[in-house]
Design a binder for this molecule. Structure first.
Ligand SMILES: NC(=O)c1ccc[n+]([C@@H]2O[C@H](COP(=O)([O-])OP(=O)(O)OC[C@H]3O[C@@H](n4cnc5c(N)ncnc54)[C@H](O)[C@@H]3O)[C@@H](O)[C@H]2O)c1
Length: 371
């Protein structure tokens, strides 16, 4: 059954609550690399927000942060920053292996947190983060943005209106023909927890799981393969020159998740798949209707006739920057006004259990239980 509380509430922009009236919500960054710049651009559009500090271990990243955004409070150590700056909110934009510790420290310092996706390296870390949020009565959001995409919102509206009946099967695809990140540590298993499954598969799983109404995952099976990322390549590609010497993650992962309501989710995720073009999104079959995310469509019966429905207009906020504006606004409003958080830590934990299940199953060579 669809959980109407997940991701369907109004995304209206609202002003700060009483507590913050006249006061800006002061945000600090931990991790000032690529995605921090997208967060910064979004926060700069919010009149009730002030970004007050940045933390990174790479001096050039801090120099860039200071120069590009005019923020002189820069630190190498997040503990020192939290103590001296005492931010109201912290945006954690570090590699996956550095999500849990700064999040827990920030929550314990009295700040709210939005942590980039995936929530952490494993479910145990997610549970620590959620416990710290609960203990300190602070908001913890996970940086999932595809649940706000117009295509996702369209399908969730149709779901809530009963267009699909019970959703039995969902197939997620996060496939790049050639797209191993050639920056950061995305190829290093000990720092990221995995490759395309945890890095891009996570997006499709989170939006599909949200669409399904967030059923409880109970079992997973999966397989992973590495055949290209760990070797030099002369092939002309959009992101050439990744570090093949430190590449220890999978190139392709295939997984299947079973839920307590009997539904099944399948996922294919790859940085380097031999396919005709990149695929991104999910399709599904329900008892009364099916559909797909991209291009958005619903396949059902009407007037004793099989029909395919194509929406005419879904809004204009499908681009990456707009999705970040919406997800960060949702978190700020939840912190300052107490409005519902669309992607709380609990959603991140469920997604992490599925990712972890696929990897555990690939290791074990058999289906594994998800608790
Ligand atoms: N939501 C999305 O669509 C999206 C897109 C891109 C990245 N991400 C996520 O954001 C995170 C960062 O990705 P990125 O592309 O910005 O990577 P990046 O490598 O460009 O930036 C990460 C930054 O963290 C810094 N860092 C590492 N260890 C640190 C520490 N101990 N203390 C302080 N800083 C530290 C690095 O020096 C680097 O500047 C990842 O978890 C990634 O999955 C999310």
């Amino acid at each position: 059954m669809a959980d109407k509380s997940v991701g369907t509430q109004s995304l209206a922009i609202a002003g700060p609550e009483k507590k913050h009236e006249g006061k800006k919500f002061r945000i600090a960054f931990i991790g000032c690399g690529g995605i921090c710049q997208t967060h910064m651009a979004a926060f700069r559009k919010m009149s009730d927000v002030e970004v007050v500090a940045g933390v990174d271990i790479v001096p050039d990243r801090l120099k860039h942060f200071e120069k590009a955004w005019g923020i002189s409070a820069v630190y190498k150590d997040w503990k020192k920053m939290l103590k001296e700056i005492k931010p109201d909110g912290v945006s954690v934009c570090t590699p996956n292996g550095v999500h849990c510790d700064p999040t827990v420290d920030a929550l314990n310092s009295g700040a709210h947190v939005i942590c980039e996706k995936p929530m952490a390296m494993n479910p145990a870390q997610c549970e620590k983060m959620i416990a710290a949020a609960k203990k300190n009565k602070k908001k913890l959001a996970v940086g999932f943005q595809y649940r706000y995409h117009p295509n996702s919102m369209y399908l969730k509206r149709a779901r809530d209106n009963g267009a699909f009946g019970d959703i039995m099967f969902v197939k997620c695809l996060a496939l790049r023909r050639r797209g191993i990140p050639n920056w950061g540590v995305f190829g290093e298993k000990d720092k990221q927890g995995g490759g395309p499954m945890i890095d891009i598969g996570v997006h499709c799983i989170e939006m599909a799981h949200d669409f399904m109404g967030a059923p409880k995952p109970v079992a997973a099976s999966g397989n992973i393969w590495t055949y290209m990322g760990n070797k030099p390549s002369k092939v002309v590609s959009p992101w050439p020159g990744w570090n093949y010497k430190t590449y220890t993650v999978e190139d392709l992962a295939i997984g299947q998740i079973r839920f307590d309501n009997g539904a099944i989710l399948q996922i294919e995720a790859s940085f380097v798949a031999h396919i005709d073009h990149d695929y991104w999104g999910f399709s599904f079959m329900g008892a009364k209707g099916g559909g797909q995310w991209d291009p958005p469509g619903i396949f059902t019966d009407q007037n004793d006739t099989m029909v395919n429905i194509t929406p005419t207009y879904l809004g204009s906020s499908a681009d990456f920057d707009s999705l970040f504006n919406i997800k960060l606004r949702n978190w700020v409003d939840a912190c300052t006004k107490g409005t519902p958080l669309c992607a709380p830590g609990e959603a991140g934990l469920n997604v992490q259990k599925m990712l972890d299940g696929v990897y555990r199953s690939a290791d074990a060579g058999k289906e594994v239980v998800i608790k």
